[in-house]
Design a protein around this ligand. Structure first.
Ligand code: GLC
Length: 744
């Protein structure tokens, strides 16, 4: 049993000494056990059994995820210290039950419990606060929003026994056919990195009882699958890896992100889960990453079953650990081959102790050896608890800030409160699509229909119950058209369904990749039919990836991009529709005109459109950074130093005026380009951004500093450097101000 006076149990002993003391005491089986993660027994909850684990893990006659595993074996593995972590643990009852079993083990090493709390803890926790999905958060261009979201998420996680979230996803997405686009912060490496940093800060908090571990994923390059399908290979040059896919990981590791999850895909022929160049040489060597690497869901086994670079699953396990993998997600089949490989010397003992040291360091840092989760729960309850009003208010703020106004012809928006009757229809008007992926049904979710009714009163709001995005019927289209002829304004909520529990309608989300980018199903037919009645139409997009619909862009007078705004998303949209809020979001991704335009992101090089297509304009439907407001902003008087001295950052000053009659928020976007360089470079690169609030008529003197490193590029030898010469600074999308300056 535990020696209570052992140094590893003494909080006054320095952390690293506690780790070394514990390592010294561990048997080989206990060491390998720390590399093993299982899925929680309560995972049956998602499988519709509705059975959330009680106080004692009642496994009955099977462990939901491991049909062949005898429940006694499962319990014994925990008792013997041969399981070190769990994921998908649904509630504090299950977490406490699992921890109480681990506490009976010889050394009493606590379990690390991980969850997919991607935009709130709503994947497991009914009633948890569900925030906008990351793509919507990025559209705020306000990392502080993301930090608040992560902070609240961490609090709600610790209140339920979870210590580690598999977030932030810092994949840079270049192919929006990929269903997980909505789970990312978009296409720009700098923006993705800044939001990743903010999430890492938010999750960590002050390192106390409300702190959780974050996890940068998926390392690396899942956002540009070669056919748009999740898992597909990444074929990328070293230059592309260094310029596009690595920077967000460097950023979050610099911010202290303690864990990294390997990507499903291979990079240039080597699967990430068995890539020593990535996991060991680059991550742990060059970048000096002190945390640990966790596999993605059974991806170690897929080295054999999918990638076919390992003769067998045992061989795959050994290959992955040797490459630098530290923890296996999840279940049986890993422990024995790795133990055998350690005992025969195939896996050097230093590799094993390195992995365990990295994992234990995080468990000690979280305080898991020094306190149970009770304190975290009390703290969370003191602050209002899971899903409390204050958390919902924060979710509303984030959702409102994420909304992008794409079109407002004739100032149709905001709709006057004196409007007569309003139709609110379309497949996403009254369902839970607004929650996005990685969430379960949430009673407190507010649909757009609910929110508009709350604003105008039931008597003035007519709705047409419509099936999901992939199952609209003739009758529903006919009925919507019939009603549209009788109302003053028709609000059509369309887009995607990323919900895991609505498989029939799923068009987006993890493993919901598409070969097209237009509206799925008969949604466009519905919009065109309503438009043909002559009624004023407002289209509200609720979606997890850019939607390429040129006809809507051209014919519909008012278009709002609302992303998947979370449990308060419906309220946020209604507040924008009726003018309680002025939209200020900007696009964190380019919206192509069609799937045929793909790889269309804003960091194109001049030669990319030196020519054009014969059958379609080459320009995107909407540019990265685009977004309108109910007011207008005027930029003037741009000042930058004509010469940037050695080691100087670029100080940018300009005047910004709100020339409209409404208060509003403007995102100032600063781009730079090196006029002549030794390699071809994007026409412009995001170098700075700031979301600013201005009252109607207000003028602000705005000062922004662009770190000198933002001017750097990789030369022909892939060395990052700022090259003396002429640069161009441009502000705004579309551009509103520009100036050249020289770097000495
Ligand atoms: C999935 C996802 C990963 C997630 C993990 C655990 O395969 O790729 O993002 O965190 O499994 O659910």
């Amino acid at each position: 049993m535990k020696e209570n006076n052992a140094p590893y149990l003494d909080p006054s002993v320095p952390l690293r000494d506690r780790v070394e003391d514990l390592l010294f005491r561990m048997t080989d089986r206990e060491l390998v056990g720390q590399l093993v993660q299982y899925a929680g027994p309560g995972v049956s909850f998602l499988r519709g059994t509705g059975k959330a684990a009680g106080d004692e893990v009642d496994l009955g006659d099977n462990v939901p995820h491991y049909r062949d595993l005898n429940p006694r074996t499962f319990i014994a593995a925990i008792e013997n210290g041969e399981i070190g972590s769990f994921l998908s643990v649904y509630d504090e009852g299950e977490a406490d039950a699992l921890q109480s079993i681990a506490a009976r083990s010889r050394l009493g090493i606590p379990l690390l419990i991980g969850v997919d709390a991607i935009h709130g803890h709503g994947m497991y926790r009914p009633g948890a606060t569900v925030f906008p999905t990351p793509l919507g958060l990025a559209a705020t261009f306000d990392p502080d929003q993301a930090e608040i979201v992560a902070r609240i998420t961490a609090r709600e996680m610790r209140a339920t026994g979870a210590h580690w979230t598999f977030s932030p996803n810092v994949d840079v997405v270049l192919d929006p056919r990929w269903g997980r686009t909505g789970e990312t912060f978009g296409e720009d490496p700098y923006l993705v990195g800044e939001f990743g940093r903010a999430m890492v800060r938010g999750y960590a908090g002050d390192g106390g009882e409300e702190s959780v571990l974050s996890c940068a994923k998926h390392f690396v390059g899942g956002g540009d699958p070669d056919n748009g399908i999740n898992f597909a290979p990444l074929d990328a040059s070293e230059r592309t890896l260094e310029e596009t896919f690595y920077p967000p990981y460097r950023a979050v590791i610099e911010e202290g992100c303690p864990t990294v999850m390997a990507a499903h895909n291979d990079v240039n022929g080597i699967p990430c889960h068995a890539h020593p160049g990535l996991l060991t040489d680059l991550l742990k060597g060059t970048w000096k990453f002190e945390g640990f690497v966790v596999s993605d869901w059974t991806d170690i086994f897929r080295l054999h079953t999918v990638h076919r670079i390992a003769e067998s699953i045992p061989a795959a396990c050994v290959q992955s650990v040797l490459a630098g993998m530290d923890m296996h997600m999840h279940g049986p089949g890993f422990f024995e081959p790795v133990l055998a490989a350690v005992e025969t010397g195939v896996i050097p003992r230093e590799r094993l102790t390195d992995a365990v040291r990295r994992i234990l360091l995080q468990k000690f840092r979280l305080g898991l050896f020094d306190r149970d989760d009770a304190g975290s729960r009390l703290e969370a309850d003191r602050r209002g608890g899971v899903g409390c009003a204050a958390h919902r208010d924060a979710a509303l703020e984030a959702a409102a800030a994420s909304i992008v106004l794409l079109k407002n012809e004739g100032n149709l928006l905001p709709v006057s409160r004196d409007v007569g009757t309003v139709l609110v229809a379309g497949p996403n008007a009254a369902n839970l699509s607004i929650l996005g992926d990685w969430s379960v049904p949430q009673e407190d979710a507010v649909s757009l229909l609910d929110a508009v009714r709350a604003k105008l009163g039931d008597e003035r709001v007519i709705s047409v119950p419509t099936n999901g995005v992939r199952s609209i019927t003739d009758e529903q289209i006919d009925e919507t058209v019939r009603i549209a002829k009788t109302v003053d304004v028709a609000i059509l909520a369309i887009g995607d369904c990323s919900l895991r529990f609505d498989r029939d309608n799923r068009s987006c989300g993890e493993n919901a990749d598409r070969a097209r980018l237009d509206l799925i199903g008969r949604q466009l037919e519905l919009v065109r039919a309503v438009h043909a009645t002559g009624v004023r139409v407002v289209v509200v997009l609720i979606n997890g990836r850019p939607i390429a619909e040129p006809w809507i862009a051209e014919h519909i007078p008012a278009i709002i991009e609302a992303w998947e705004g979370g449990s308060q998303g419906g309220r946020a949209i209604a507040e924008v529709l009726f003018g309680d809020r002025n939209p200020g979001g900007r696009l964190p991704v380019t919206v192509p005109r069609s799937v045929g335009h793909i790889r269309q992101h804003y960091r194109v090089k001049p030669a990319s459109h030196y020519r054009t297509y014969v059958d379609d304009p080459a320009a995107p439907l909407y540019e990265f950074g685009y977004g309108l407001s109910y007011t207008r902003f005027q930029y003037a008087d741009l000042r930058v130093a004509p010469i940037l001295g050695p080691d100087e950052d670029l100080r940018v000053v300009f005047r910004l005026t709100n020339v409209g009659d409404r208060d509003g928020e403007e995102v100032a976007l600063l781009f730079v380009s090196d006029v002549i360089a030794e390699v071809t470079l994007p026409e412009k690169t995001l170098a700075g951004f700031k979301r600013l609030t201005l009252k109607a008529g207000q003028t602000r003197e705005v000062e922004m500093t662009i770190a000198r490193d933002r001017l750097a590029y990789l030369d022909r030898a892939l060395r990052r450097r700022v090259e003396p010469g002429e640069f161009r600074l441009s502000i705004g999308v579309p551009e509103v101000l520009a100036a050249n300056f020289r770097v000495s």
